[in-house]
Write a protein that binds this ligand. Structure first.
Ligand code: AGP
Length: 613
């Protein structure tokens, strides 16, 4: 959950590194720092500048700093060991060796005890500094940073992506990982190492992804990759298709607001590779799984975290109804430790925007070890989860910078709809005319989403009132229930307000006691098979003085009659309603958080990709 950057080249390392950290700040923003070579050629030393707080604090300290060297590293932190402070900020430097680290060294206490016993003294409370100590000692033996890294790797346990430099090798960077991501950009006489392509894309679109237990050796503008133990390996150079300006805000106040409005295009991009427009059918041909494999599936597990998990809960309703395959959903951090029973002919589907979420990656690895076929739904090509799954379907929603996930969520819902249709079709559970009807609904969806996004204005005006409720109870039935869960999460993570997502049928089993005029009830109540029951739930809540906001279909007089605010969705297929209903609950959370003056793109305590447990 931290952002790391390393650079060697002809440009000013300070500019490249700080610019890259800005693109990675969504990964963690409680402190930051750089270490760049400085001093006369041949006698250069490492100069470190660090600051607590957001990157802007570091930029202020760097404003008048000049560096003569062409090599440097930088880091923006999400604290795991040691409170956010300048002393705990990276890079950590010990006797001329400096490094930045994303992850957790799980055996750090043992390492610290051993180092302390041999006289080491520490300047921080971090696990990362210990690796700098190990490296600085080893490099005195080897006289070479690459050999030193190879020598200490067996001592490390846990998750790490590390970039290291040594002032006696002024054109060398060594990067190595186990878990968190590392990608290397190959530019014109320059190399950039980073946690994510977004720090690289404005310099080059040629990248190499490093796998676990591999070591990247940058010497000058040359890259070599080795396995632990020193065998040189050849890595494929990939071309990134994202343009730099996709990562900018395009005039919106926040990345999240921009990404909410990008959702119609995101859903269209998610669907485009898998819809045969002429035949109006779904095609899943290049996903790495065969029709024979799809036909053999007897059970599906959908495993994910957070918003991605809620998309998976929606997927359960759709897959079971359309493809008649039993689906179990689970939170990755529970699945990986509960000794799950995975029968033969099981497909495990992981959902992850980043493709790096530690719990989801661990769940994938457990599923594979237990013999399951695996399918990844992911937004980042060549991410760890994307690479390790047997098959893959991309969200195709483009870079999602806001920590709170929006377009990846609706793209996932669209992908799950298409997956269900394809599965139902190849297994003979879905008639051609039904498939055509669903495909036509999916093709109409982006335009309908544009219409629903016009509620942006309503929520912008209502936010000042909405922020004063003591909490919000989101409810829904059937495939609207996971939208209630997601709406509650959005409000929690953005407005820091108490919110709960509940199956509406559960209201009488407790939550009804919550209802008074300070608690807002938000019911997702489209005209589907659950409509009547949801409406009567609302009448019960109304009778107890609840303040009601409802999301329904078309001009629904009965819903309006029991609601203080009624939001209308276009008439659509039941599988499409959740995607449409996701938009108002996102807009609610966004505008309330903005009205509160919260940092919408970087909510407190959170990180975009939780790459440690
Ligand atoms: C979403 O708004 C949250 N930031 C979080 O719950 C996120 O969905 C979760 O951490 C999973 O991330 P992933 O999709 O990258 O695996």
């Amino acid at each position: 959950m931290c952002g790391i950057v390393g650079y060697f080249g002809q440009k000013d390392p300070k500019e490249v590194i700080v610019g890259g950290l800005k693109r990675l700040e969504y990964r963690g923003y409680d402190s930051a720092g750089v270490a760049i070579l400085d001093g006369p050629m041949g006698q250069q030393h490492i100069k470190v500048v660090r600051a607590q707080g957001k990157l802007a604090e570091l930029s202020k300290k760097l404003e008048h700093e000049k560096f003569t060297g062409r090599l440097g590293i930088g880091h923006t932190r999400w604290a795991t060991h040691g409170v956010p402070s300048e002393r705990n900020a990276h890079p950590h430097t010990v006797e001329g060796v400096s490094l930045v680290h994303n992850g957790i060294i799980e055996n750090y206490q043992d390492i610290k005890r051993t180092l302390a016993a041999s006289g080491a003294t520490f300047t921080s409370d971090t696990d990362s500094e210990l690796v700098a100590h190990l490296l600085s000692r080893k490099v005195k033996e080897t006289g070479d940073l690459l050999k030193a890294v190879d020598g200490i790797l067996p001592l490390l346990r846990g998750a790490y992506a590390i970039v290291a430099m040594w002032e006696k090798q002024p054109d060398v960077l060594v990067a190595f990982k186990n878990g968190p991501p590392l990608v290397i950009g190959l530019g014109e006489k320059e190399v950039i190492v980073a946690s994510d392509v977004q720090a690289i894309i404005s310099h080059t679109n040629k990248v190499v992804y490093i796998d676990d237990h591999e070591i990247a050796f940058v010497k000058g503008a040359d890259l070599k990759v080795f396995t632990a133990g020193g065998n040189s390996i050849k890595k494929e150079i990939q071309t990134i298709t994202w343009s730099a300006d996709q990562v900018e805000k395009a005039g919106f106040k926040h990345f999240m607001h921009k990404e909410i409005h990008e959702q119609p295009r995101a859903v269209a991009n998610a669907c485009a590779p898998h819809i045969d427009l002429a035949a109006k059918v779904v095609r899943l041909h290049d996903v790495g799984l065969t029709d024979a494999q799809f036909k053999k599936i007897e059970r599906i597990f959908i495993i994910a975290c957070g918003t991605s998990y809620y998309a998976g809960v929606a997927g359960k309703y759709v897959i079971e109804k359309i493809a008649q395959v039993p689906v179990e959903t689970d939170i990755a951090s529970e699945f990986r430790y509960r000794s799950p029973v995975i029968p033969p002919n099981t497909l495990v589907v992981t959902i992850s925007q980043s493709g790096e979420t530690a719990d989801t990656l661990a769940a994938l690895r457990l599923a594979k070890k237990m013999g399951a076929l695996t399918l990844s739904i992911c937004n980042v090509r060549a991410s760890s989860i994307d690479r390790e799954a047997d098959g893959r379907i991309y969200m195709n929603s483009g870079p999602e910078i806001g920590v709170a996930s929006t377009k990846a969520f609706v793209s996932t819902l669209a992908v799950l709809n298409l997956f269900s249709v394809y599965l139902g079709s190849v297994r003979g559970q879905l008639a051609k005319n039904e498939e055509t009807n669903i495909v036509e609904n999916m093709l109409a969806l982006p335009a309908q989403m544009e219409a629903v996004l016009s509620y942006d204005k309503f929520f912008g005006e209502a936010a000042m009132k909405l922020k004063d409720y003591r909490g919000v109870l989101f409810m829904g039935r059937g495939v609207s229930y996971p939208i209630a869960l997601e709406g509650a999460l959005k409000l929690k993570e953005l407005a820091y307000m108490h919110a709960e997502g509940y199956a509406a049928g559960e209201m009488k089993h407790g939550p009804l006691a919550l209802i008074d005029d300070r608690m807002l009830i938000l019911m997702v109540c489209p005209s589907d098979e659950h409509y009547e029951k949801s409406l009567s739930n609302l009448e019960e809540a109304r009778a107890r003085g609840g303040k009601i906001m409802s999301i329904g279909t078309g001009d629904d007089a009965a819903l309006k009659a029991v609601s203080d605010d009624y939001l209308s969705l276009p008439v659509a297929n039941w599988m499409v309603n959740p995607i449409l209903a996701a938009l108002p609950v996102q807009l609610l959370a966004y505008h309330v958080a903005d009205a509160m003056g919260n940092d919408v793109d970087q909510p407190r305590n959170l990180a975009k990709s939780v790459t440690v447990e």
